[in-house]
Design a protein around this ligand. Structure first.
Ligand code: FES
Length: 170
């Protein structure tokens, strides 16, 4: 009696087989489609890469100079070019400094020597924000944090910059 219950009919066998084969084929077709749809999202964007900003180290002086460059940015399926800027100079130790020009108050653009009254400071015209040459904010002016600093390195005498990052402890 129990032997009879365990028998699989021809119809059931065909059902199981077709379901298994069909499922296997469907998975084989869907996997590449799913991967194609999701892959750009999982890929790391270009952020973190160092970009050649087209400036020779020999041309960097103690006087901050503004440089502009473009980077390719990939955001999911969308690729675009993004403009970037930095104030670059050599400090008193000869080390290269590269500051973001974005004011830490409300995001206006700061300029070196932009105020006749404070020619040796970075100046933000929006609310008279000021920063010392080392990028730290002048107390009593609207910005409450120092300017962000670009990651930098020199390759074959050419300056490469990465992302602008807030200063530690700021
Ligand atoms: S945005 Fe720069 S001081 Fe306000």
């Amino acid at each position: 009696m129990s032997d009879k219950k365990q028998q699989v009919s021809r119809r059931q066998f065909l059902n199981y087989t077709l379901t298994g084969v069909g499922g296997f084929m469907a998975a084989g077709m869907l996997a590449p489609m799913l991967r194609m749809a999701v892959d750009p999202v999982l890929k790391e964007s270009g952020q973190g890469d160092m970009a050649n900003v087209g400036l020779s180290v020999d041309d960097i002086t103690n006087e901050p100079q503004k440089i502009d460059w473009k980077i390719d940015q990939v955001d999911g399926w969308y690729e675009s070019q993004v403009n970037r800027s930095a104030w670059v100079f050599k400090d008193e130790n000869g080390d290269i400094q590269a500051f973001s020009p974005i004011c830490k108050h409300l995001g206006c653009v700061v300029s070196w020597g932009g105020s006749d009254e404070y020619p040796d400071q970075f100046f933000c015209p929006c609310h008279d924000g000021r920063y010392y040459k080392d990028g730290t904010n002048v107390p009593g002016t609207p910005p409450l944090q120092p300017l962000d600093v670009y990651e930098s390195e020199v390759r074959d005498g050419i300056l490469f910059l990465g992302d602008a990052v807030p200063r530690k402890g700021a």
